[in-house]
Design a protein around this ligand. Sequence first.
Ligand SMILES: Nc1ncnc2c1ncn2[C@@H]1O[C@H](COP(=O)(O)OP(=O)(O)OP(=O)(O)O)[C@@H](O)[C@H]1O
Ligand SMILES: [Mg+2]
Length: 240
Amino acid sequence: MNAVLHLAAVSRIHGEGATEVHALRSVTFRAHPGELVAVMGPSGSGKSTLLTLAGGLDVPTSGSVWIEGTDLASLDNAGRARIRRTSVGYVFQDFNLIPALTAAENVALPRELDGEKGRVARRLALTALEEVGIADLADRFPDEMSGGQQQRVAIARAIVGDRRLILADEPTGALDTDTGEEILRLLRARCDAGAAGVMVTHEARHAAWADRVVFLRDGVIVDETGADEPEGLLAGEVGR
Ligand SMILES: Nc1ncnc2c1ncn2[C@@H]1O[C@H](COP(=O)(O)OP(=O)(O)OP(=O)(O)O)[C@@H](O)[C@H]1O
Ligand SMILES: [Mg+2]
């Protein structure tokens, strides 16, 4: 099966000389359709770096990043921006909604930026909001919603228009336990529907929703569990 995301020997060095930081060291990683992968590791181990490179928000020092068969290095800035809007959905820890826009407008924005007519973009936005269970809040502004509702809007924005790669950096970090579980359930459902998901998390309980867990330490993948391990870390855990 073709990977939706393929990082091939990707390294990212910040700074130069004495202040050089090797945030990622020759990491090779794939995420396939239908698969949710959890990324775990200590603070500073390179988790967010992996996600920003995977989403084309940053460029590797060496190695290559492929999304749905396209090498991001073969694209100019406009091409990368386009693939980010059409193929990649990004969910941040702190929601990152635009306060002056309603829920529906926040979700419709990536489609409108991509040239979709306002009416069509709104219809797609309402469908995505329905998928995450808050179609009735479409015309509310972010400050009129709870944290969990705001994160649902952020997830709707990440999946609108059927994007195939969902990247989430501690998407439950700012939420209470029950609300966090709801958000994971939505990510899981989206992957079950065919998207590839990569989620950074600190909590093993949340990683239990994933098919596979990748552990990073000092910019290197030190362990991988799930998929072909019958008695893996995830066997027997709650949440599936
Ligand atoms: N723009 C930058 N300039 C310099 N160093 C950076 C930059 N971004 C990240 N780093 C460094 O790269 C390393 C990896 O950072 P990264 O943010 O990927 O870690 P993380 O695993 O997401 O950590 P956390 O769990 O705290 O979010 C760290 O040592 C960090 O200080
Ligand atoms: Mg981080």
